[in-house]
Each structure stands twice: as C-alpha cells, then as structure tokens.
Design a protein around this ligand. Structure first.
Ligand code: PGA
Length: 252
C-alpha cells in the first residue's frame, strides 16, 4: 500500500504575511486528513518560516530546487546539505519550469538527484512531455529518456527515498489537465519502466504523483487511478481550502 502524497509547489509566490496566513489556515483543515503525506514547498526565503509554522504538525516542508555541490563558489545557489540542514524533508528536482525556462538538462537533474539523496533528502523528481511531443506520439519516448537519464546510477535502495511526479508540461498552469485515463496510462508506463529497471518491489513501492492543473474539482478522478499516488499541486496550493480539498481527495 502506497501512502498518498500531496505536495504544494508554491513556485515564486508568497511573502512573510502570505506564508503565515496560508499555513495557519491549512493546519486545521488537514489535521484529521488521515493517512496521507503532506508537504508545502515555498521559495527558499520562506522555508524557515514554513518550518517554524508547521512544527508539531504532520505537514512537511520541501525546497523547490537545489544545486549539486555541497558548498563553494556557486553564487545564488543552495546545496542539498543546506536544504537538509534547514530542516526540509523534500526537494523538487527537474521541474519543467527549470528544464524549459532555466535550461536544466537530464544530466544536471541526475547530479542533483544523487546529491540530494546523499544529503538525506527525498527528491520529488519531475518528468513530463511537451504538447508537441504528445501530439507527435512521443510521450513514452520522452518519459523513457527522462527516467533513464534522471535516475542513472541509482541503486534499488535509493528508490525508497524518491518520489516521481509526472507533470505533462501542457497541463501545467494552463487549466488544461490530462484526463484521468491519459494520466493513468503514463503512470502505468512509468511503473512498468521501474519494474524493468529496478524490479517489482521498487515498482510497487515508488509513489508517482500527478501534477498539472490539479484542482479540487478534478482531483478525485485523477487520484483514484490505480497508479496515481498523490499530486504535485501548483496554483491550487496557494489557496488553503483548495489544497486541503485535494489532500482529502487523495485519502478517500
Ligand atoms: P499547476 O502546477 O498545478 O499550477 O498546473 C503544477 C506544478 O507545476 O507543479
């Protein structure tokens, strides 16, 4: 049994005031949500505040990115060790906005994943195809490339500390989400790939979140699919009521 996992990716949104208001509102809403892992991923500057506000709750905190070196002359970057030291549990790696706006390659993402695992973080490894790749029938090919390169060099044991998020790029922030059947088909494909690469135990245990315009009104249809184990939520995670409704949809 995979415990569902719902994470909120705040992206480049929030302020001290908003972080406080959002988390204060969220805590009682998800307090009795049941068997579900919950995380919020604010911008780095608000991570400490989010950690303090969620202390003694079952909401965990993640970062949205990290670099792949421990320390040194990397102006503007934050190392996995620092993310861990601050108190984060998770780190999002390879988000499509970082791939497509900031030019992150599969190789960079692989280095980040390895380093994050070594630092004791749980990477939320994002993959997903562009619209034209889907339209050209290349979805599986793209996913295969991303998982093969992104997870290169990882051992079976590493996989119990990693979450995959399938986020079709055409569905992110567009309001155009994949149908539950479209999402399930890719999740199934990923699970089959995991089985071939790491074996059944890993394939059965790894959680695969869906992301891309997940909202309270479409969450249930997506989250009740066999191979969908939760959601990585962008826009809707900035509204405590909406995020809590998605958390609840993941449990039931
Ligand atoms: P969205 O973002 O829910 O706003 O589409 C999801 C994500 O990018 O993680």
């Amino acid at each position: 049994m995979r415990i569902p996992f719902v994470a909120g990716n705040w992206k480049m949104n929030a302020s001290v005031k908003e972080t406080e208001a959002l988390i204060h509102k969220l805590i009682p809403l998800v307090k009795d949500a049941g068997k579900v892992d919950i995380a919020v991923c604010p911008p780095f500057l608000y991570v400490n505040q989010a950690l303090a506000l969620t202390k003694n709750t079952h909401i965990r905190v993640g970062a949205q990115n990290c670099w792949f070196e421990s320390s040194g002359a990397f102006t503007g970057e934050v190392s996995p060790e620092m993310v861990k030291d601050a108190g984060c549990t998770y780190v999002i790696i390879g988000h499509s906005e970082r791939r497509h706006i900031l030019g992150e390659t599969d190789e960079i993402i692989n280095k980040k994943i390895r380093k994050a695992l070594a630092a004791g973080l749980v990477p939320i490894f994002c993959i997903g195809e562009l619209l034209d790749e889907r339209e050209q029938g290349k979805t599986e090919q793209v996913i295969e490339r991303q998982v093969t390169r992104g997870l290169e060099g990882l051992a079976e044991a590493d996989m119990s500390h990693l979450v995959i998020a399938y986020e079709p790029v055409w569905a992110i922030g567009t309001g155009r989400n994949a149908t539950p059947e479209q999402a399930q088909a890719v999740h199934r494909y990923i699970r089959e790939w995991l089985k071939n690469r790491f074996g059944s135990a890993v394939s059965d245990a790894v959680r695969i979140q869906y992301g891309g315009s997940v909202k309270p009104d479409n969450a249930k249809g997506l989250l009740t699919q066999t191979d969908i184990d939760g959601a990585l939520v962008g826009g809707a995670s900035l509204n405590a009521d909406h995020f809590a409704a998605i958390v609840k949809a993941a449990v039931s």
